[in-house]
Ligand binder design. Structure first.
Ligand SMILES: [Zn+2]
Length: 185
């Protein structure tokens, strides 16, 4: 995937050397095309030993059960995104406890997926009927006969067999750091 024109002013880009790497850059304004990236977030929400799962109504993965999740927005903190995605897909209210796993996938659009352990607050799972057509809490036993996506199985294992608490949200950093989402071990 090549970018030929400046996304800001429309001028044809030129190749410029940045510390030994040639990147498309605008000769007129400050725009530099650093690459194609996307970031996904996912929730592992365990309630009384059962995991919140949704059945995908759309490709990719149509018909598979996965954990709730989605792609981040430009100006939304990622831990707000995952709270919103869980609410939108299932109607369940939950809060973020920690960051428990990460998947890196370098490809044409370099994808990073960040998984959160979440705590149940309220609501019974109801699928949104658009992105997902099934939603519920399921035990490991029930999941054995369900079409659960491999990556979701990995995330559930990572959450249930975690060797640490993961990175916890830092709501009161030792110095003022306004506007950041902060997680630390
Ligand atoms: Zn430009």
């Amino acid at each position: 995937m090549n970018v030929r024109f400046c996304l800001s002013c429309g001028t044809e880009l030129e190749m410029r050397d940045f510390d030994g790497t040639l990147r498309p850059a605008c000769p007129v304004c400050t725009f530099v095309h650093w690459g194609h990236y996307s970031i996904g977030v996912g929730a592992i929400l365990v309630r009384e030993g059962k995991v919140l799962l949704v059945r995908r109504a759309q490709d990719p993965g149509k018909g598979y059960w996965t954990n709730p999740g989605g792609y981040i927005e430009q100006k939304e903190l990622i831990h707000d995104t995952i709270v919103r995605e869980v609410r939108e897909e299932t109607g369940v209210e939950a809060t973020v406890r920690s960051m428990i796993a990460l998947r890196d996938q370098p490809r044409d659009i370099h994808n990073v997926y960040i998984a959160f352990a979440m705590d149940y607050v309220s609501g019974d799972p109801v699928p949104d009927g658009v992105e997902v057509d099934g939603a519920g809490f399921y035990s490991m036993e029930e999941m054995e006969s369900m079409k659960v996506a491999s990556f979701t199985r990995w995330l559930i294992h990572a959450a249930l067999e975690a060797k640490s608490d993961g990175l916890l949200q830092d709501r009161e950093p030792i110095v003022p750091l306004d506007g950041y989402g902060l997680f630390r071990g």
